[in-house]
Design a protein around this ligand. Structure first.
Ligand code: FE2
Length: 151
């Protein structure tokens, strides 16, 4: 009996969390759309509200001394894109994952690393892709970094 009461309670909690998340995502979407409408550099302006969550060259926040080892570099050659983070790889401290995301928010590719890997990933762009590309790099100690480039 008490077991079923308990699970019903956690279900309720999970539901309200989902509702909360939906609300948070909608708010984020509205904020992004507002940025797009007011500036050509939507990413840079939306970062003001992402302080402490997303780190960039412009907004490195508390990791200002860590930019060189954490900001991903994006190299584009034809339809090949290479993302690199100039960061050491050890079991205690390493780059966990890269993603490459289109201007429309579509994940074009992602790579999850182990400490034995190099923090380099390669992707092929969809045919005819033009516009901004976003690369993310996540360090297990120094959080989530975002860079952008244009094709
Ligand atoms: Fe790091």
């Amino acid at each position: 009996m008490s077991h079923s009461l308990k699970s019903s309670h956690s279900e309720k909690t999970a539901n309200s969390r989902r509702t909360f998340l939906k609300g948070a995502l909608s708010a984020a979407t509205v904020a992004t759309v507002a940025s797009v409408a007011t500036t050509s550099n939507a990413l840079a302006s939306s970062h003001a509200s992402m302080a402490g969550i997303v780190y960039t060259k412009k907004n490195p926040g508390k990791w200002a001394k860590k930019v060189g080892g954490h900001l991903p570099s994006i190299t584009i050659e034809g339809n090949k894109v290479t993302v690199n983070t100039d960061h050491g790889m050890s079991a205690k401290h390493y780059i966990v994952r890269h993603t490459l995301v289109s201007k429309d928010g579509e994940t074009l590719g992602a790579k999850t690393f182990t400490p034995d890997d190099d923090a380099t990933s390669s992707y092929t762009l969809p045919d005819g892709y033009k516009g901004t590309l976003y690369a993310s790099s996540f360090c297990n100690k120094h959080d989530f970094w975002l860079a952008e480039s244009k094709v």
